[in-house]
Design a protein around this ligand. Structure first.
Ligand SMILES: NC(=O)c1ccc[n+]([C@@H]2O[C@H](COP(=O)([O-])OP(=O)(O)OC[C@H]3O[C@@H](n4cnc5c(N)ncnc54)[C@H](O)[C@@H]3O)[C@@H](O)[C@H]2O)c1
Ligand SMILES: [Zn+2]
Length: 358
């Protein structure tokens, strides 16, 4: 079991490992006993699989459960309002404690509900996906608007994060891939040795619980260190967007939900590595291939379509595109890239992908 402290505006602990829910009974007993009500906002699918397990740790407490749609669908104004309606119907007050039980989508919407219900109530994140090692820490909450993802939200830190890695065993393969892409992203922007360890793995299912816990802890530590420096995203928090400029374009082009976020990020990192002239690009492409990341998708999308999306990116300005690149592993920086160079690099990447996929 691992423990990390996030020194944000309101500091909190992140517990990672099997059996971390036992802390409801000691470390967080006061938080739970002081609440007039405890409400679990649970991803429907996660509730199906793991709610009984979670409830078994909450036995002495009076707990209500509100199930929300599984995954991204939940990040809607409708679900947000339904959560508020549930809390009001249950007679909740500012002393109510909310538990967010699910992946990043659940954490985002439940966090947003917590930050807005009666101007803010305490909440605990109980992440259930690998990707959520990223989303559960840092206090960004959000729902989607028809005109853009994550357009409505707040910065609102949880009281704690209890990350029970036993729950990750039921994740489908594409969600494991999605989460591991954000793990390796954290390695690329922070630590060569760790990156090297990750690149050596050819099958995620070979990772032991201890290895997975160690990777998640390292990933969270990177995220936490950056959040501590830049809680409100005015500077270095942008480095967490390594691989994301192209990833967002792929997601936009494919339509959200057609490719997981992390899979798109994996492809975006390949592109950013090429633009960075990073020595591990080829090794990384082989890693992507062995884990089944959809590299071939890039060969199916016209560059112009991706360009149109990249130009819309918040970080781009007229005629140039903004990328997080690596001077070397662990040394990210922001770079403006001209469209022509961006296109040439894309074609170069396609030919490298062609070689790897043969
Ligand atoms: N707030 C942040 O800082 C931040 C950072 C990164 C991503 N995000 C957000 O996170 C979301 C993506 O999160 P995600 O990848 O965790 O996806 P998700 O929450 O959409 O979950 C993905 C799928 O996995 C299922 N699932 C979850 N846990 C499971 C389990 N243990 N076993 C089986 N199935 C399980 C869900 O039902 C869903 O179908 C996006 O909306 C993204 O915007 C937020
Ligand atoms: Zn991401």
């Amino acid at each position: 079991m691992k423990l990390l402290r996030v020194e944000a505006d309101h500091p909190y602990n992140v517990h990672i490992g099997t059996n971390v829910f036992k802390f409801f009974h000691d470390l967080y007993r006061d938080l739970l006993s002081d609440a007039d009500k405890i409400v679990i906002v649970a991803d429907d699918k996660v509730a199906e699989l793991h709610l009984d397990y979670l409830l078994s740790f909450l036995k002495p407490f009076d707990v209500s459960v509100f199930r929300i749609p599984a995954g991204e669908q939940a990040k809607s104004v409708e679900t947000f309002m339904e959560c508020h309606s549930f809390l009001l119907a249950e007679g909740c007050s500012r002393k109510t404690l909310l538990l967010a039980f699910g992946g990043g989508a659940t954490g985002d919407v439940a966090g947003f509900v917590a930050s807005t219900f009666m101007r803010g109530i305490p909440y605990i994140q109980l992440p259930t996906t690998i990707l959520a090692h990223d989303s559960a820490v840092g206090g960004k909450t959000a729902i989607n608007h028809a005109l853009g993802k994550n357009m409505i939200g707040t910065f609102y830190q949880p009281k704690a994060v209890l990350y029970d890695t036993k729950l990750l065993h039921t994740l489908p393969a594409e969600e494991v891939r999605s989460g591991m892409a954000e793990v390796i992203k954290h390695a690329f922007i922070s630590n060569e040795q760790w990156l090297s360890d990750l690149l050596q793995n050819r099958k995620f299912s070979d990772l032991t619980d201890e290895e997975m816990i160690a990777h998640l802890e390292k990933g969270i530590a990177v995220k936490a260190a950056i959040v501590e420096e830049d809680e409100f995203e005015s500077g270095m928090r942008k480095y967490l967007n390594f691989g994301h400029t192209l990833a967002h374009a792929i997601e936009g082009y494919e339509g959200y939900g057609k490719i997981t976020h992390g899979e798109a990020v994996a492809l975006g990192m390949a592109y950013a590595l090429l633009l960075s002239d990073h020595p591990r690009l080829e090794e990384y492409l082989f890693w992507c291939r062995s884990h089944g990341y959809p590299l071939s998708k890039l060969t199916e999308i016209p560059f112009d379509s991706l360009l149109a999306y990249m130009k819309k990116d918040k970080k781009s300005s007229r005629g140039t595109l903004n990328f997080v690149l690596l001077e070397e592993t662990g040394k990210p920086f922001m770079e403006m890239i001209e469209e022509k160079r961006a296109e040439a690099a894309f074609q170069q990447l396609l030919s490298k992908i062609g070689e790897v996929l043969i």
